[in-house]
Design a protein around this ligand. Sequence first.
Ligand code: ZN
Length: 312
Amino acid sequence: MRVVLLPLAAACAALAAGCGPIPESTVPDLSDRETIRVVSTVGMIADAVERVGGDRVEVDGLMGPGIDPHLYKASEGDVRRLERADVIFYGGLHLEAKMADVLERIGERRLTRAVTDGMPRSGLISVGNGQYDPHVWFDVDLWKGAVREIRDTLASVDPAHAAGYRERAAAYLDELTALDAEVRRESATVPPAARVIVTAHDAFGYFGRRYGFEVVGLQGISTASEAGAKDVQRLADLIASRRIPAIFVESSVSPRTIEAVKEAVRARGFDVEIGGSLFSDAMGTAGTPEGTYVGMVRHNADTITSALRGEE
Ligand code: ZN
């Protein structure tokens, strides 16, 4: 949990009892603001904030379509945007690895929340060394925890409008419950032997755990390390020996490595299809169905299941 330290004058005004030490739990009351200014990192968070915040919030998302959050560095312009925000939401669990310093520095002055803060660590995928896989949005049920975190944070800074946040969040959570059921039904149509998702980096661990797929990534859970020739050969062996029908490229990662895998599989006398492009760490273009979290999940589920069933 991050706490906000208000500028001294504002803190004095906020505390009826006069000016003493600022309580650790002080959260500004922004109820009389026309709108709450939110800055967020990945698109999936911006989408959830828009859905929960409605007209009360103005959302500024830093990372658009095709942007890789693992490598993203905040520009000077981004820092100015963050400094003007009332609330900052980010993914946490080292998703925005290159923004850690900026987020920490700004977190001393601005209310800054990782949407994964409220998720019990026992529900996360451990990757060793006390670290967790940050791609929590691909377990739709788990992602509901992020929506609740956003709801509670917005309600705490804007208590006069808390009922609205709760109402909109409840509607969105219902939609996510239905989406989760839909993805489960769809996943069940893939024969068990074909339930393997091969992609460039390990973004689909939560998807696999929730919906019953084995997940094999060429890189680890971050894109920061380059996949080596050895990884390509290892993956090609696995695909050829198990006759996995399709592998996938990702919208925010270069397709080069996955194409190298396809070639290496062909050299082993087996043809693997590129089953399509998945949205891993960024959503699609705004205004398209994939430009929303629900549409992105649906696109991925459709792409994965139809390719692994052997359909075009
Ligand atoms: Zn990733």
